[in-house]
Design a protein around this ligand. Structure first.
Ligand code: PMP
Length: 344
């Protein structure tokens, strides 16, 4: 049985402490259910130890719980846990793919294809890796409705395109992009695709195998979990092609003064002590999400934004920015003649 949508607010302690709060910024970060907050406190109070470094009971238990979260992430997105790396968040996951996979495959004249509706996190890492290698960025345009213009996709997917990186849901417009169509077109000419799932995972069913995506990145803090933790899902055929991002302890098979042999993915990407308590909290956030009916949640978010649009459109001063046919709970609008900072 899934949790009833009408009672969900009571799971979030911020609304008990601030009964007057109307929180409209979930696209920036979601509020946290008390189970998530408690699991972090509980870990620090009763289970605190480092992972993958100790053979005593407390440390083995922490390692077990940490790896259980990897399994939970896998089950949330239909992936094997061995294809899931813990990172600091979406931004870091994208930087890893740019610097540790793409850079060595990019030459002058190559291209990276993104869209005009990307978050800075899914623009700047590609822009910079292009600058470093002499490659160039190609941009899929966006129309006035706030939808990707895919008519020219075939020609944009030129032979020299080495990666496509697209957001699943726009954090500004709420547009849900036809990612399966884009992935399938890219795969026809063997171009790998990264999908930015920061706004989709936890808000709707996402299945990496169904999507056939090569890299999926997302952040815990936008799906009821804590800050400072995120995910890089990597399809099996690319796991061997990702070099370490940070060098240090916990990522090593064998080390000598002259050489190091690294562990395989994902452990080669988790050097140093990661945000263990945050990852435990992410596991609890996934438990919370698993108690929701994600199709019902998704439909509810859509209903709320449709209701907002219906009511706000009766006000002459409100001008919506983009009205995509396929949208989620995010709405962008301007209030005529008033600066957005003043509206806020
Ligand atoms: N991509 C999208 C679509 C986002 O909404 C965000 C966060 N607003 C990011 C990337 C970056 O996420 P983070 O700051 O957690 O790394």
């Amino acid at each position: 049985m899934s949790l009833p949508i009408e009672s969900l607010k009571s799971y979030f302690p911020i609304f008990t402490h601030r009964p007057e709060l109307v929180y409209l910024d979930s696209a920036a970060t979601s509020q946290k259910p008390s189970s998530v907050v408690q699991s972090i406190t509980n870990f620090y109070e009763k289970e605190n130890a480092n992972v993958h470094r100790g053979l005593y009971e407390l440390s083995s238990k922490a390692t077990q719980r940490y790896e259980d979260v990897r399994n939970k992430v896998g089950s949330l997105i239909g992936a094997n846990s061995t294809n899931i790396a813990f990172t600091k968040g979406t931004t870091e996951s994208i930087n890893i793919v740019a610097q540790c996979y793409l850079k060595k495959n990019l030459k002058a004249g190559d291209k990276v294809l993104i869209s005009a509706m990307e978050h800075h996190a899914n623009l700047i890492p590609w822009q910079q890796v292009c600058k470093q290698t002499g490659a160039s960025l190609e941009i899929i345009p966006v129309n006035d409705q706030g939808e990707l213009v895919l008519d020219g996709l075939k020609s944009l997917l030129a032979e020299r395109t080495k990666l496509v990186a697209i957001t699943h849901i726009s954090n500004v417009l709420g547009t849900i992009n036809p990612v399966e169509e884009i992935i399938s077109a890219a795969h026809k000419i063997n171009i790998p695709v990264l999908i930015d799932g920061a706004q989709s995972v936890g808000h709707m069913p996402v299945d990496v195998k169904k999507m056939d995506v090569d890299f999926l990145v997302f952040s815990s803090h936008k799906m009821f979990g804590p800050f400072g933790t995120g995910i890089l899902y990597c399809k099996e055929e690319f796991t061997q092609q990702l070099d370490p991002f940070n060098y240090g302890g916990g990522s090593i098979k064998n080390v000598q003064f002259a050489e190091t042999e690294f562990l395989d993915f994902p452990h080669n990407l988790e050097a140093g002590t990661t945000n263990i308590a945050g990852i435990i909290g992410l596991g609890t956030a996934i438990d919370f999400i698993q108690q929701l009916d994600l199709v019902e949640t998704f439909n509810h978010e859509r209903k709320l934004s449709a209701y907002f649009k219906e009511r706000a459109s009766t006000l002459a001063q409100i001008q919506f920015v983009g009205e995509p046919k396929n949208f989620n709970g995010i709405v962008s609008f301007l209030v005529k003649n008033i600066h957005p900072h003043d509206v806020a």
